[in-house]
Design a binder for this molecule. Structure first.
Ligand SMILES: O=C(O)C1=C[C@@H](OP(=O)(O)O)[C@@H](O)[C@H](O)C1
Ligand SMILES: C=C(OP(=O)(O)O)C(=O)O
Length: 455
């Protein structure tokens, strides 16, 4: 039994370059780890609930473990027993003043949701992270928190390190989320839990709905109205008693994206990715790859923990370029880097629009993807909010890719190297542990050729 979500932060270790080489067909079955969004929320909501929450299938990635350590610092008890995680929560309003800064490592979701979770408490909480997280914009969450009355005691041009002190009397607000962001929506809803009265979030463009669904499951009073134009009005009542739950975390579709694209582009592949979350706010990549001609079969659909899950059967396919509808972006926002890799192996032009949010992820993903494609002989155009990839059915490869502390850039270009004419190298694979620690051995077991290179 391990009693704490330990493991050292990946950014504390030195970079580990890795090379991917052309592989024979990828074959077999693979189970991807638990969904990262749901895993963060399982730790957080368990920490706020009364009683013992038991979580099965939690993603034991660095991002989520950092959230677990933060919940412990706020007073929750977290233990791993066998394969399940047990969280004893403190009740809404019950967090204790942390004795040191909360370190969220590389995780935007962890830090932005936690600022809502404990930023309203009448004590000072300090939030820190790695170099990537410290460069990401936090004004998007500080704005609504300031409106609630939270004092921003310390900030670095609205970036980390940030220290917050909650007001004696926090005010319920009505907040229209200005960008498509589940993290901002969730920050405000979580703050609303400790504010007497009704907090309202207006979401003009729907984003992943895990906070709403899981809060309802933990017993919060949350009402959602959808207007004719798709705008969602989400109202949460303050000071509920949240009750501990049994949570089963489905497989992460954002991690499944890598073996799925690998299966499509590596000739001779025929593989099944098991237990993948099919929530429609997360399946934009599957729709897009199918439109490109990908042979993707969704089989064995079933329900698990209030969500639909399924297995995804993928075969090597001849792909064609498509225009991805702008409104699909929120349902595949983390999947554009690996879609760009699929597009490089397609015939014709793939146009991806509405990508402004990619510039404020773990790296500027729009620029990082464009540079990585160019380094491997792929013709592309990077615009402010668009990426156009001109595929020729094959990729020369041979490039060295800079990953900028970004797990999805590392995994995307390692997938590229499995099918390109010459190997593809990435400068660092350590960040893969933030979201998909089993990526290298898991794809390796299907036949992927990865080799460690010296730093
Ligand atoms: O709420 C979440 O769990 C997430 C929301 C998305 O971020 P944004 O809210 O910044 O779009 C996504 O990119 C991230 O990986 C997880
Ligand atoms: C954007 C991501 O995560 P986060 O914002 O939590 O760092 C991601 O996992 O691709």
């Amino acid at each position: 039994m391990s009693s704490a979500p330990t493991a050292s932060a990946p950014h504390a270790t030195s970079p580990r370059p890795m090379t991917a080489s052309r592989s024979d067909g990828l074959r077999g079955r693979m189970r991807v780890p638990g969904d990262k969004s749901i895993s963060h929320r399982a730790f957080m909501f368990g920490a706020m609930a009364v009683g013992e929450t038991v979580v099965e299938g939690l993603l034991e990635g660095e991002d989520v473990l950092a959230t677990g350590r933060a919940m412990q610092a706020l007073g929750a008890t977290i233990e791993k027993r066998g394969e399940s995680w047990h969280i004893n929560g403190l009740g809404v309003g019950g967090f204790l003043e942390p004795q040191g800064p909360l370190d969220f490592g590389n995780a935007g979701t962890g830090v932005r949701l936690a600022m809502g979770l404990c930023g309203t408490y009448d004590f000072v909480t300090r939030f820190v992270g790695d170099a990537s997280l410290s460069a990401r914009p936090m004004k998007r969450v500080l704005d609504p928190l300031r409106a609630i009355g939270v004092e921003v005691v310390e900030h670095n041009d609205n970036r980390l390190p940030i220290a917050l002190r909650g007001p004696r009397t926090p005010l319920p607000i009505e907040y229209r989320v200005p960008m498509a962001s589940a993290q901002v929506k969730s920050c405000v809803l979580l703050a609303g839990l400790v504010i007497p009265g009704t907090t309202t979030v207006i979401e003009p463009i729907m984003t992943r709905d895990h906070t709403e669904k899981m809060l309802a499951g933990f017993g919060a009073d949350i009402q959602i109205t959808t207007e004719a134009d798709g705008t969602r009005i989400i109202e949460v009542s303050g000071l509920p008693e949240l009750k501990a739950q049994a949570v089963t975390v489905p497989g992460d579709p954002s991690s499944a994206a890598f073996p799925i694209v690998a299966g499509l582009i590596v000739p001779g592949s025929d593989l099944i990715v098991e237990n993948v979350l099919m929530n429609p706010t997360r399946t934009g990549l599957l729709t897009t790859l199918s439109e490109m001609g990908g042979q993707i079969e969704i089989i064995n659909r079933r329900l698990s923990g209030g969500e639909e899950i399924a297995d995804v059967h993928v075969r090597h396919s001849a792909l064609s370029g498509v225009t991805v509808p702008a409104e699909r972006a929120p349902s595949m926002i983390d999947e554009y880097p690996v879609l760009a890799v699929a597009a490089a192996f397609a015939e014709g032009e793939t146009v991806m629009e509405n990508l402004g949010e990619l510039r404020v992820k773990e790296s500027d993903r729009l620029a990082a993807v464009a540079r990585g494609l160019e380094a491997n002989g792929v013709d592309c155009t990077e615009e402010e909010e668009r990426l156009i990839v001109r595929g020729r059915g094959a990729v020369p490869g041979g490039g060295q890719v800079a990953t900028h502390l970004d797990h999805r850039i590392a995994m995307s270009f390692l997938v590229m190297g499995l099918a390109s004419d010459r190997p593809v190298s990435v400068d660092d694979r350590t960040m893969i542990a933030t979201s998909f620690p089993q990526f290298v051995p898991g794809l390796g077991a299907l036949g992927a050729r990865f080799t460690e290179a010296d730093a």
